[in-house]
Ligand binder design. Structure first.
Ligand code: HEC
Length: 103
């Protein structure tokens, strides 16, 4: 009975490793100062963002744009500053991670 157990933990590792890398990226870029996965801080929670754009075509590409450029007025009166130092690749990773709920 050891084998299925090993297989399950291997699967768990495969699934959680990229998510952890994305979270580290979000921490490194200070996103977590204003955002959390499941509650509103300065900005909307990642789950609310994921819900809002769940049915949108090109949601990921649009989020890449709004993460890099910042924005205002979509969620409330507080603007999000532009993330000038963020690479396209990192913005894409973060957008996909947020659309998956940002955990
Ligand atoms: C200074 C606080 C702050 C920081 C830092 C910040 N955000 Fe935001 N973010 C906000 C606010 C406020 C909004 C809502 C803006 C609005 O109402 O349009 C927002 C909105 C968003 C949205 C939704 C955009 C949309 O089009 O609906 C995403 C996605 C997002 N932020 C991701 C990020 C990521 C990723 C980072 C790090 C690279 C980050 N944010 C850093 C405050 C911040």
């Amino acid at each position: 009975m050891i084998q299925p157990c090993l297989f399950a933990s291997f699967l768990a590792l495969m699934v959680s490793a990229p998510a952890m890398a994305s979270q580290a990226l979000a921490q490194k870029n200070a996103c977590m100062a204003c955002h959390a996965a499941d509650k509103k801080l300065v900005g909307p929670s990642y789950q609310d963002v994921a819900k809002k754009y769940a049915d949108q075509k090109d949601a990921e590409a649009n989020l890449v744009k709004s993460i890099k450029a910042g924005g205002s007025g979509k969620w409330g009166p507080v603007p999000m500053p532009a993330q000038a130092g963020l690479s396209d690749a990192d913005a894409k990773t973060l957008a996909a991670w947020i659309l998956a709920g940002g955990k």
